[in-house]
Design a protein around this ligand. Sequence first.
Ligand code: ADP
Ligand code: MG
Length: 292
Amino acid sequence: ATPMSIMTATGRGAQNGVLVKDAEALERLARVDTVVVDKTGTLTIGQPAVSALVPAEGVSQDVLLSIAASLEKASEHPLAEAIVRSAQIRGLPFKEADGFEAIVGQGVRGDVAGETVLLGSRRFLETEGIELRSLIAASEQHQEHGATAVFVADGPKLLGMIAVEDPIKDNAAKAVEALHAAGLKIIMATGDAERTARAVAAKLGIDDVIAGATPADKQTLVNDLHRQNRRVAMAGDGVNDAPALAAADVGIAMGTGADVAVESAGMTLLKGDLEGIVKGRKLAKATVANIK
Ligand code: ADP
Ligand code: MG
């Protein structure tokens, strides 16, 4: 591409909230046929709120939330912020917590008032030997609506389940529809559970879902698509998306997300508006056509 046409294109992109790192990123975007998208913070606004508290038998809602929030106070995960905010709104006391440890894509662990508390996905707690049976039906019901189920255990004892819901972005459905119309394949790759992921995907018309994905799984997915000769754009906002963003032909970071995501990506959607992918692609196509 000529320097002039690239400059025009990047200038026009910036007006639309699409920042392009270099000419190569723009050229590669024109040739993309597959878009992998993260869920939390990318398709959803990334500002989840607690939608239900389901304590285990003999536990109160306040105890469940207070212990969960005491531990989540040390976490920067959007789910953690939702749980902390909910406890603050209820005016619940925060207990002393230490030994905090985050297990990326799974949950957190730490000591609250002298007991080891585990908090996170069903898979995480089950792997740690916590019996969740009494709350599975309730958790699945919330997941069917697109909520994330966060389980909490105090020592070996199950405290309960917290449902957290993250609204889908305004323009997400429109962007997915436009990308589909342009003949692109769209795959959701998320660390969240299968049922929640499918519910959100169904609302947006996305048919391919990879759930329970670790950061390495997301990267492997991009590499597998490459092996199938697909040209891949990956859109994501988190630390957990950085390896996949770097592996993709074009990494597309949300300007609203983590710094490492932006650094790993060739493009940034300043306000996280997914329609920027559609606009950026049109611009890229026009620019590449210009120089042929
Ligand atoms: P995504 O790929 O959708 O952005 P993550 O990889 O960040 O999601 O997280 C995957 C799952 O790990 C979450 O859905 C949640 O079940 C669990 N998890 C991770 N960190 C936390 C935390 N701090 N609090 C609660 N759950 C967590
Ligand atoms: Mg995310």
